[in-house]
Design a protein around this ligand. Structure first.
Ligand code: MN
Length: 233
């Protein structure tokens, strides 16, 4: 091997090593960022006293959304959007609406792990959020406009299209700037073909995952779907 070839080979080797190091540092940073972002989620829960996922299994990234009906001390709906490797989460006391005239208060809560999107079941008494959880709706979403979801979220105004079983079409989530609570947002349906002024949430009572009612989930009844749909979406 000539001197030049040798030098080139060595330069390539150095380059590969540097990239490998960068990759592993990046991986480590991502892991740690994710771990710290789920810190609050984990701090509030004791595993395995609760059947909720600990968020340790890596989940395939995508554009999930889920709405979980949660009969805790107060009935509410948890709206979650996959952004940057976690499920950004909002508790919506009255639930979403397809009526553009309904502006639903949505209180931002802690980030949840991606696999939480498949969680349906009962959180036992004595645990954080004890009560029945239903996967009320789920599917994928896409942001509207050029700005990525992370940036729209940071600016406090997210616009997106939902492709769910019950919820479809355009929605906006807007942070309330002058609210007493700093984590208060509004969830609003856009006026589009999917809007429905007569829509009522209490006419939609079955799980999008298993077809079960809240009572059936609480009683541990088997899925109404046979076989159960695949857990990833
Ligand atoms: Mn909840």
């Amino acid at each position: 091997m000539g001197e030049l070839a040798l030098r080139e080979a060595w330069a390539l080797e150095l380059c590969l090593r540097r990239n490998a190091k960068t990759e592993s540092v990046r991986g480590w940073l991502q892991y740690n960022q994710l771990a710290s972002r789920l810190e609050e989620y984990r701090r509030k829960r004791r595993f395995p006293a609760t059947p909720e996922p600990a968020g340790e299994k890596p989940a395939r990234p995508g554009h999930r959304f889920v709405l979980q009906k949660h009969q805790a001390r107060h009935l509410h709906y948890d709206f979650r959007l996959e952004i940057d490797g976690v499920l950004k989460s909002w508790a919506v006391p009255k639930g979403p609406s397809l009526n553009p005239a309904d502006k639903r208060l949505a209180i931002e809560t802690e980030d949840h792990p991606l696999d939480y999107a498949d969680f349906e079941g009962v959180i036992p008494e004595g645990n954080y959020g004890a009560g029945t959880v239903m996967v009320w709706d789920r599917g994928s979403y896409e942001v509207e406009g050029e700005m990525p979801a992370t940036e729209q979220y940071a600016r406090g105004e997210l616009k997106f299209q939902l492709h769910g079983h019950k919820l479809r079409g355009g929605f906006a989530l807007v942070r309330m700037r002058r609210a007493a609570q700093e984590n208060a947002w509004l969830l609003i349906k856009h006026r589009d073909a999917a809007a429905d002024r007569k829509w009522k949430i209490d006419r939609h009572n079955d799980s999008a995952l298993t077809g079960r009612s809240m009572d059936e989930i609480a009683a541990g009844a088997p899925s109404c779907r046979d076989p159960a749909p695949p857990s990833s979406s």
